[in-house]
Design a protein around this ligand. Sequence first.
Ligand SMILES: *Cc1c(COP(=O)(O)O)cnc(C)c1O
Length: 404
Amino acid sequence: MSQPTVDRALFDQVMVPNYNPQQMVPVRGRGSRVWDQAGNEYIDFAGGIAVNALGHCHPELVAALKDQADELWHLSNTFTNEPALRLAKQLTDNTFADKIFFCNSGAEANEAAFKLARKFAYDNFGPEKNEIISFKQGFHGRTLFTVSVGGQPKYREGFEPAPGGITHVPFNDIEALKAAISDKTCAVVMEPIQGEGGVIPADPDFAKAVRELCDANNALLVFDEIQTGVGRTGELYAYMGLGVTPDILTSAKALGGGFPIGAMLATDRVAPSLGFGTHGSTYGGNPLACTVADKALSLINSKEVLGAVAEKNALFIEELNKINAKHNIFSEVRSGGLLIGAELVEAWHGKAAQFLAAAREEGLMILVAGPKVIRMTPSLIIPDEDIREGMEKLERAIARVLAA
Ligand SMILES: *Cc1c(COP(=O)(O)O)cnc(C)c1O
């Protein structure tokens, strides 16, 4: 049998239509540059949606993966393994957490976090304390529990009945949370910066007040740091910059630098509620994934990488402001480190995807966060030349969309 032609057209024939990828197929990446099947070059401001925090094919990650590939691939959790233990030690040594649970994605990390929050309340306060409060526009993944805790009804519609006991309140609105929280609340779940929901940072005073309300009501505070974690904001985790420490934190995306892994971090106070046999994952703690993540985490958790994020943020913002001075296309630019969102002026609400396609035609990969925000989550070590060159491409793409 001859090899099939694999091109973008084949996607529509053989893939479930839940995605609509751009009209090209990338085949190779190095640093912040990617090439497609036709040899076209792209600057990558998307970073695999905040995943490729060290760019594509970082030589030290490639070497770590290749070395581990010759040693041991998989065991299941019937046995432990050295890479998982090393990574767990590194995570506990460098964060508030005392205990780690590994899985394979962000949604699974949140699933574990929400289950732990319920179980901890059940064990310590009884079955009535089971309500979860989360925030409008929040995003926590695509499993049924995580779309239910997520604050975007469009991701839930048609999949009901959804799990119950979940209330959504407006983000950055402490009075709304005060009104909703009670002794029935087992957890408040929030992103330090809402990513998918439009790049909306939590007000530090709000985050502090959330912590206080949780404590006053014996509710756990869960930070979903799947997008904000592992250096994205210039801190190893965003909670460190906010000065608010959660009881449970979820991490994924950049943690594996492009190799699938998720982790739930918890304190010694709450972790025992996920006792032996209560939860699990076949692949969780996989040696290949943990090897890459252990290396990625140690490279990112350095002055060199974290210390440069603020300067790169400043360059992005400066370039975006220049584009805006010329085209008057953004109503607001919001960011936390290299999680950057540019909200389009009202006339372009609902049309953010047009800019994504135009950018691709100019040789630039960007993202959207909902229908009115252009989002960028590049590599944390993207060279300044690539930022400037990418911004020239973005300017041309914007000019093209506006002229059309
Ligand atoms: C991406 C994301 C998730 C989901 O992660 P998956 O790996 O796609 O399951 C959850 N929460 C936040 C904040 C995210 O950005």
